[in-house]
Design a protein around this ligand. Structure first.
Ligand SMILES: Cc1cc2nc3c(=O)[nH]c(=O)nc-3n(C[C@H](O)[C@H](O)[C@H](O)COP(=O)(O)O)c2cc1C
Length: 208
């Protein structure tokens, strides 16, 4: 029988490299993954990587995007418009859900229970089932309503983990990939998935 997957929702905020790093981390850890990519996320992916993501060619497009072979990997893909998909029901087995990156629209939709697509519905379902839900918002500056939606999500049990990299592992000369991996590592920590993406604080200033 298939182990319970992590559902990963990629929404249309800037930050598709965070999604790629989290997906690679889950795959490297041998975790089954169910993937949902919103319509807007296809635009950010195109803008940030020059790559298309097509429902009919998801496996090839995902493999190209992540730079990994998916032959022996347990990834299941659900179109964002498929509201009859497995993850739209609480009876569908899942460890929980990670929304990375999370647009302000997705945060609002999940907080308010709009379920405008499978990503929002699946996140709401995982919250109501009291599973671990990790939301990675990316917007700056923010309005009061953005913040209130995040408070609603925290009240509903989500871990809100802003895409806000720390420099203490890599220093002021950090590469973009190190900063991306810092955020992805914190996401995997929140999900309880083992990884080696970030350098952990040792308690010693200047130890690096
Ligand atoms: C290139 C691009 C970058 C965007 N960046 C952000 C962003 O960083 N944060 C955000 O909240 N929305 C951003 N948006 C707007 C969202 O894509 C838009 O609100 C969309 O409706 C989100 O839909 P979704 O939540 O279904 O993915 C961006 C849009 C585009 C095209």
């Amino acid at each position: 029988m298939r182990r319970e997957p992590w559902i990963v929702g990629v929404s249309g905020a800037s930050g598709t490299p965070y999604a790629a790093a989290v997906l690679r981390g889950l795959i490297d850890a041998g975790e089954p993954v169910d993937l949902v990519v919103s319509r807007a996320a296809r635009l950010t992916l195109l803008d940030e990587t020059g790559r298309s993501f097509r429902d009919a060619h998801w496996a090839a497009d995902l493999g190209d995007w992540l730079g990994v072979g998916l032959d022996d990997v347990d990834v299941r893909y659900w179109p964002a418009g498929d509201l009859a998909a497995g993850p739209s029901s609480g009876s569908y087995p899942a460890r929980g859900m990670i929304v990375v990156p999370a647009s302000t629209a997705a945060c609002a939709g999940i907080a308010l229970g709009l379920s405008k697509d499978l990503l929002q519905r699946a996140a709401e379902v995982n919250l109501k089932e009291r599973r671990r839900v990790v939301i990675v918002p990316r917007e700056t500056p923010v309005t009061r309503s953005h913040l209130l939606h995040l408070v609603e999500l925290i009240d509903a049990g989500a871990v809100v983990l802003p895409a806000s990299p720390g420099f203490y592992g890599s220093g002021a000369d950090a590469t973009a990939q190190q900063l991306i991996d810092f955020v992805a590592g914190k996401v995997l920590d929140a999900a309880g998935v083992k990884h080696t993406l970030l350098t952990r604080w040792t308690g010693e200033l200047g130890a690096r």
